[in-house]
Design a protein around this ligand. Structure first.
Ligand code: PS7
Ligand code: MN
Ligand code: MN
Ligand code: MN
Ligand code: MN
Ligand code: MN
Length: 348
């Protein structure tokens, strides 16, 4: 049985979850009891790691040291971190990270191992990109670099979540076997986020779009915002969307394998939000100037409708149709996008 003090610590973790996540807080809290705390703590640990990765004011050597050792930090009772810049988003979480560690150490050892394993792989991946071979003006040069970075920060989350689902017994062990499917679940979310956040990331001095794509259209990444390059910017955006569409069949295959209702909702809701966001950003040059988001009412509709595979497939069909209608014959990627849609239509 839990003591009152332990209850209070757990509540603070859920407060941190609600503070740090707009998109995952609700779906995590709806998970079956067996998985809820493990996924919440997985989220908080990775949110802590990402807060270190994102802080451009931290000394680079210090950042790399922290990223590479974060899988050990989560076993150090009492560890807190106050070195982040004062304006760093989610700084508070690390200031009180001892609370997260306490709760992490109360999870089943099997869950702890999954979380620590992914934290090690992600931290090393982030460190590679923060320094070393990828550290130039443009860290992400090729599409291969782009895929690998997204694998580190999102595909690995897919691996870890699938491992937790399998370990809980709420899903079959097989869900964790096909790594490519779990990877796609993360890549589709991450790549859509990276397209949508072009402007925000640019203003923060970060560029995640691979030069292999944007370099076909402009000399400088920031040229995409200029009115004189409007047509280039539109073509570049459709090239990026084309790249993300690749993952859709695998996302639908993964979702079709799930059996537990709460796990299905948890997995499906972010994916339908992503396909809706992708339809919204496609051919929408606003992304180069401001942060655009799907309407609140649309998000609510998506959440309430993502109850089973038939409904999720209908939602994907609807947004793939939107993309298909916005696809213009004058776009240099018109044919390739039509073909990608064709491959998805075999599924829906
Ligand atoms: C453990 C639920 C369901 C098999 C903190 C969920 C930031 C898109 O930086 O906050 O604000 O623009 O909007 C989430 C696979 C990861 C991938 C990655 C951990 C789905 C640290 C989400 C979330 C796999 C690195 C948040 C990948 O976006 O970004 C848990 C299956 C964290 C998932 C980051 C991005 C997540 C992201 P930002 P957001
Ligand atoms: Mn966010
Ligand atoms: Mn971030
Ligand atoms: Mn980051
Ligand atoms: Mn405080
Ligand atoms: Mn982002």
């Amino acid at each position: 049985k839990q003591s009152l003090a332990q209850d209070a610590l757990k509540r603070r973790c859920y407060d941190f979850l609600n503070m740090t996540s707009r998109s995952f807080a609700a779906v995590i809290q709806e998970l079956d009891e067996e998985l809820r705390d493990a996924v919440c703590l997985f989220y908080l640990v990775l949110r802590g790691l990402d807060t270190i990765e994102d802080d451009m004011s931290l000394d680079l050597d210090r950042k790399v040291e922290l990223l590479r050792s974060f899988d050990q930090v989560i076993y150090q009772k009492g560890w807190t971190f106050t070195e982040n810049g004062p304006n760093e988003k989610d700084r508070e979480l690390l200031v009180h990270f001892d609370v997260v560690i306490d709760e992490f150490l109360r999870l089943k050892p099997e869950y702890q191992k999954v979380i620590a394993n992914i934290t090690k792989l992600m931290g090393d991946g982030m460190a590679d990109y923060a320094s070393g071979e990828h550290r130039e003006n443009t860290a992400i040069a090729t599409i291969k670099d782009f895929d690998l970075y997204c694998h580190y920060v999102a595909g690995l989350v897919g691996y870890g979540l699938s491992d937790l689902f399998a370990a809980s017994g709420l899903e079959s062990k097989e869900i964790a076997n096909d790594k490519a499917l779990s990877d796609s679940m993360g890549l589709f979310l991450q790549k859509t986020n990276i397209i949508r956040d072009y402007r925000e990331d640019l203003d923060d001095g970060r560029q995640f779009w691979p030069k292999e794509i944007w370099g076909k259209y402009v000399e400088k990444f920031s040229d995409l915002t200029k009115p004189e390059y409007k047509d280039k910017a539109q073509a570049c955006l459709s090239d990026m969307v084309l790249n993300v569409l690749d993952d859709v069949p695998q996302v639908l295959t993964y979702l079709s394998k799930l059996t537990n209702q709460s796990v299905f909702n948890f997995c499906a809701i972010p994916q339908v939000m992503a396909i809706s966001t992708l339809a919204l950003v496609f051919n929408n040059l606003d992304i180069y100037h401001r942060n655009i988001k799907i309407r609140k009412g649309e998000a609510v509709k998506l959440i309430t409708n993502s109850t089973d595979m038939d409904n999720v497939v209908s939602i994907f069909r609807e947004y793939i149709f939107v993309i298909s209608r916005k696809n213009e014959a004058t776009d240099p990627n018109f044919m390739k996008i039509s073909m990608a849609i064709g491959r998805i239509e075999q599924w829906i």
